[in-house]
Design a protein around this ligand. Structure first.
Ligand SMILES: [Zn+2]
Length: 81
């Protein structure tokens, strides 16, 4: 969908500390593959463990920051199953 924010996969770092805003890092939760991002407004680390990510990288439902008012529908570019 055109109104989804597109997040690119982080390639410069494998750690959350080095994760840039607007990018995502793969993360394992048990045997579930998920992702982590940072809020573009406040920098809060947001785990997508409670979200569904489809084969195109579209995240359901919208992502919310618990630290500020940021909310967005997003797609994780480079997401593969
Ligand atoms: Zn925030």
């Amino acid at each position: 969908m055109a109104d989804h924010l597109v997040y690119e996969k982080e390639t410069d770092s494998t750690s959350i500390r080095g994760l840039c805003k607007g990018r995502w890092l793969p993360k394992m939760r048990g045997n579930q593959e998920t992702a982590v991002i940072k809020c573009p407004l406040c920098g809060e680390v947001i785990y997508l463990t409670d979200h569904m990510i489809d084969e195109n990288g579209v995240v359901y439902p919208a992502v919310l920051c618990n630290h500020c008012t940021w909310m967005a529908w997003m797609r994780l570019d480079g997401w593969f199953r």
